[in-house]
Design a protein around this ligand. Sequence first.
Ligand code: EPU
Length: 346
Amino acid sequence: MTDLENCSLREYNTFGIDVRTRQLVMYSSVSELQSFLDQYHHSAVPAPLLHIGGGSNLLFLSDFPGIILFSQIKDIEVLSEDEDSVLVSVGAGVTHDDFVQYAIDNGWYGLENLSLIPGQVGAAAVQNIGAYGIEAGDFIDSVHTISLLDGSEKTWSHDELTYSYRHSIFKDDSARGLYAVCHVCYQLSKSFTPYLEYGGLKESLRQIGISEKKLTADKLRSVIIRTRRSKLPDPKVTGNAGSFFMNPVVGNDTLQKIQTRYPDVPYFVVDTAHVKIPAGWLIEQCGWKGKTLGHAAVHDRQALVLVNKGGATGRDILTLCQAVQNAVFTKFGIRLIPEVNIIGRI
Ligand code: EPU
C-alpha cells in the first residue's frame, strides 16, 4: 500500500487540474483495502473518503480535504471457459484499454469498439462507458465490491447492476460513493462478431479498403482508435475528460419541434417515445464549438468535450460548462447534464 500526504492530484485527473488531497492511498489487493478501512473506521474523526479511477471523468473544483482511494488491483484471471465464451475476472486497477488489447490478443471478443477510452476497468463498470454502439455493461457478468462502510464483500449480478446509458447502480443514491469496485467479471465471446451499425464505421472501413468479410478484431480496434484520435483531444497533450455532457434523452415531441427548424438534426432512437440527441450537435448550433472562455474551451472538433487550454482551474471549466448549459437551454429548452463527476465546492 502507498500512502502519500498532501499530494497533488494533477496526475490523477485527465483535466490536469492542479488541486491537492490531504491523503492519497493506493492499494493493490482486496485485503490491503480491507485493512485500510479497518484502521480508518477506528480513527477518532474519519476524514471524507473518495474513490477515484483513472480520473478521466472527474472535475475537481477545490482541494480535497480527506482521503482519496486509488486501486492498483491488476490481476486478470479466467474463471471458466467453454468453446464459445470465457468468463474473466479483471482487477479494477487495470487500464481499460490495456484489457481491450489483452482480450483481443487472447481471442476474446466484444470490447473492440471501446478501444482507447481512457480510465480503469473499475470506473468503466461504474460509468458504463460506451462508444460506437457498444456499452461495457453489455459484457459485464458481475462486479465484486468492498463496502467502504464496513469492508464487507459483495458480488453484484448483471441484473443488480441495472445498466443503462452511462448509468449503473453505483450512480444511484442508494450506492453512490459507498463501494469500491475490486474486480469486474467480463463474459466475452470466442467468435468475432463486429458491431458496425454506429454511423460512420462502415464508411471508415470502406475508405481504407477493408471489406467486412476480411475484418479482424485488431483491424477494427485500429479503425476505432484512428476515428477517436481524429475527433477527441489526447488528454496527455490537452487536459479534458472526454464527453463533458451526456447526450440528452428527450421525448419525440421535442425532437419534432427541433426538426421544424433543423430538419437534419441527428438523433438515435431510444424507445418508441424517446430519442437521444447528440449534445455536441446542440452545442455547435449555439455557436460554442471551438470557443474559449478564460483558460477553458469547447473543443473545435467535438463540441461535447471541454478542454483545459493550460492552467485552467475547476472554476474555469465549470464556468464554461454553465455558459454552454445556459445557451443550449435558451435555444432548445434542453438541460444538458454533465457526464463528468464534479467534486468539491468553489
Ligand atoms: N456532432 C455535431 N457536432 C459536434 C459533435 C457531434 O454536429 O461537435 C454530431 C455528429 O455530426 C454526429 C452526432 O453528433 O451526427 C454524433 O457524434 P459522435 O458520433 O461524435 O458521437 P457523440 O454522440 O457526440 C458519443 C459518446 C462518445 C463516443 C461517441 C462514439 C456520449 C456522451 N458520448 O458521442 O463518448 O465516443 O458517441 O460512440 O454518449 C465519452 O464518453 O467520453 C465519449 C467520447
